[in-house]
Ligand binder design. Sequence first.
Ligand code: EPU
Length: 346
Amino acid sequence: MIQIQQAFQLQAFNTLHLQAVASHYVKVASVEALQEALDYASAQQLNVLILSGGSNILLPEYVHALIIHMDIQGIEVLAETDSHVSVHVGAGQNWHEFVLYSTAHHWFGLQNLALIPGLVGACPVQNIGAYGVEVGEFIEQVHVYDRELQQLTQLAAEQCHFSYRHSIFKEHPNRYVIVGVTFKLRKTPDLQLAYGDLRQAVGEEQTAENLQKQVIAIRQSKLPDPAEFPNVGSFFKNPLISQAQYQQLAQLYPNLPHYPQKNGAVKIAAGWLIDQAGWKGKRLGAVGMFARQALVLVNYESANLTDVQQTYRAVQAAVQQKFNIVLEPEPVLFNESGLIQSHVSV
Ligand code: EPU
């Protein structure tokens, strides 16, 4: 039996700490409860907003919809060979705790992704990535409830269209509810140390445990703890520009951090652009860009969505004026009917 709550305050359930009241809220700990909640929403003609860890969302002050908070737990080994293990994890498991669990079990691959806030069920949506690793590389299957076909099914990794901060779940935002993820992890370490100063930080002690420890240390040194400075991680994606545009910019800014892509485009560090545009550590009212990592937007006082939008639009405008690059926000924006909205760019 599910328990629907009304006029529910979501401030504690989004890491940006935006004040947001939902008309209807329910926490679901099983697939059956999820189905019951979806049935309730259709009977009441309510839109559905799937809430996971709340670490990548922007909410308006009032949402007329049924918020379904995913709380499906469980970690289960499905298959094991000499080289790999397949592990099924419920969507509601905490991501960082699962990474620690995998390392403790000598399952390798996810160590670079330690300390990313959020729950397992959200990790495929934006294909979370850090320090040279993207989660899609270690996903075997994503288990979903397909709202269009009204049935449980799974998508193999190849069907998920994983690329930088992108997946099929962004292409069809209202179709799939992720109920679990099966990871395929290695049983022998193959440490990914290509990112910046990671190799140096790891030093002689090239173990997965030490790699995980160093990733945690780097994140803690740069990124604000949401409990202290409410934030949603990187607020903008690193933009992709053409080789020609990069060449032009590089003449003016030879130090511009850039990462050539396989398809010929060039990825640029948005944090550097924001920094150079004068926004590192700068605030507009209650909202500003963090002083140790300009890519992270922080809610310093009790901001609402309008305050956040005023600041990030000012940042977009400053970057566009200086570099002629439009930064695209990374978090998912919901409207008052609980539907995903595109960000209006400058
Ligand atoms: N930079 C500056 N000033 C700043 C911030 C960055 O000059 O204020 C420069 C840095 O010196 C560096 C470059 O920009 O040369 C890149 O910075 P960093 O290595 O900190 O990484 P990022 O590109 O800003 C991305 C991800 C992070 C991830 C890190 C490490 C995106 C949008 N962000 O950030 O992901 O942890 O790389 O791999 O791709 C997240 O998505 O929430 C997130 C934290």
